[in-house]
Design a protein around this ligand. Structure first.
Ligand code: URA
Length: 215
């Protein structure tokens, strides 16, 4: 594990120390952060990566979706949720009345864990300053946590997703989080789509957005 160069070791903290006034400034700060992530060696996951996977979508979005970590396709393309689970996530987002580029999507860890295993607690801890800075800059109205690892990385609970889903939690005492099932789970268990749709409708109610009549 290599140490970060001293002059940039605290970029993630600095990126969000004072909040941006404009959309452009926010986007510029997030680009700097993504640049830092590209050379990150804070945990062993950097050894196996093809690309870091920082985010996709609109940094001015009112809603941020947080997943677990990149899979094989995401590692190849450097973009979150572009594989099979991502295609399902895009459908979920469309069902809410958004285009996929209108929301912001990122992960707990920015490098692919080997064989798609769950990230280790130490890997999540090493990567968490990046997500903290992302969320501080974006200040979304709602975070949708996709799966247990996402909830764990955001608020530290180790409770199972079946128990957590559908009930609001709070991120850093201020941003509501809606935990729901991960789209990869829905690919294996399509009957759980009903619960996810109910969770997403709750998110829309919170945002004052009327649900398209489907599900
Ligand atoms: N699963 C995730 O949690 N994140 C991705 O980016 C892709 C699949």
């Amino acid at each position: 594990m290599g140490a970060a160069p001293a002059h940039r070791a605290d970029t993630a903290a600095r990126a969000s120390a004072t909040l941006p006034d404009t959309k452009e400034e926010r986007a510029a700060r997030l680009s700097l952060l993504a640049e830092e992530v590209r050379t990150c060696q804070k945990c062993p996951l950097h050894e196996g990566r093809t690309h870091t996977v920082f985010s996709r979508g609109d940094p001015s979005s009112e809603v941020v979706f947080v997943g677990e970590g990149p899979g094989a396709e995401e590692d190849l393309q450097g973009q979150p949720f572009v594989g099979a689970a991502g295609q399902l996530l895009d459908k979920m987002i469309a069902a809410m009345g958004y285009h996929r580029d209108e929301v912001y999507i990122c992960n707990i860890v920015k490098c692919r864990p080997p064989k798609n295993r769950k990230p280790e607690p130490a890997e999540m801890a090493a990567c968490s300053p990046y997500l903290t800075a992302q969320l501080a800059l974006i200040k979304p109205k709602v975070i949708v946590a996709l799966g247990a690892t996402a909830v764990q990385g955001l608020i530290g609970t180790s409770e199972g997703i079946t128990k957590l889903r559908g009930t609001w939690k709070l991120y850093k005492g201020s941003i509501p989080i809606m935990p729901t099932f991960h789209p990869a789970y829905l690919l294996r268990q399509p009957s759980a789509k009903r619960e996810v749709w109910s969770d997403l409708k709750e998110v829309m109610r919170h945002l004052g957005k009327s649900a398209p009549d489907r599900g």
